[in-house]
Write a protein that binds this ligand. Structure first.
Ligand code: HEC
Length: 102
């Protein structure tokens, strides 16, 4: 157990040393519970898209503002408005669910 903790600590240090994507393993796990294709890469992409595309008409909604059950319908409705592709919608969804908690 102790070794695992040390390894995780080293990983976290490494991630922050590289500038960090602000995507934690917990966020990836949460997103994966809803869609097994979620990964750190899709959450990172989703975060960037979310910040670039989803705050132009209204303030960015915090990921925690809607539940993991609500987000898919919202992103499906907002994706075309933000002119993003289906793949990009999926990445945005991974991010908001991962970052949003339950
Ligand atoms: C072209 C303008 C536009 C863009 C771009 C846009 N939205 Fe919206 N959004 C709206 C409007 C208008 C509403 C209010 C009407 C509605 O809910 O359909 C809204 C409402 C919302 C709501 C509240 C919905 C609810 O039911 O409480 C959320 C959350 C949201 N948008 C998320 C997003 C996300 C995520 C993106 C990026 C994929 C995005 N929006 C991009 C115009 C936009």
């Amino acid at each position: 157990m102790r070794q695992v903790h040390i390894a995780l600590g080293a990983l976290a240090l490494l991630a922050s040393a590289c500038g960090g994507s602000a995507i934690s393993p917990q966020m990836v796990q949460r997103a994966q519970a809803h869609d097994s294709s979620a990964s750190e890469a899709t959450l990172t992409q989703g975060k960037a898209l979310y910040e670039q595309k989803c705050g132009t008409c209204h303030e960015l909604y915090p990921p925690s503002s809607h539940s993991a059950e609500k987000w898919p319908g919202i992103v499906e409705r907002m994706g075309p408005m933000a002119k993003i592709s289906k793949d990009e919608e999926r990445a945005v969804l991974h991010y908001v669910i991962g970052a949003g908690g339950e």
